[in-house]
Design a binder for this molecule. Structure first.
Ligand SMILES: [Cu+2]
Length: 68
């Protein structure tokens, strides 16, 4: 398992938190996704053999948020 913390812009409320966590957790290979609103951060635990970082970033982008 690998772990990454991404800085994500324009998350403002619990709805943002829920949509990003839900979108990431639906990705095959993602074990856990936790949004820290105050820190503008998303922590993701994933299996690098099943999903790569670019897919994780793309999923966040497609949910409507900007990964720095
Ligand atoms: Cu929101």
């Amino acid at each position: 398992m690998a772990e990454v913390t991404l800085q994500v812009e324009n998350m403002s409320c619990n709805h943002c938190k829920m949509s990003i966590e839900k979108a990431l957790q639906a990705l095959d290979g993602v074990d856990a996704a936790v949004v820290n609103l105050a820190g503008k951060a998303v922590q993701v635990v994933y299996d690098p053999a099943r999903v790569d970082l670019s897919s994780i970033k793309r999923t966040i982008t497609e949910a409507g948020y900007e990964v720095k």
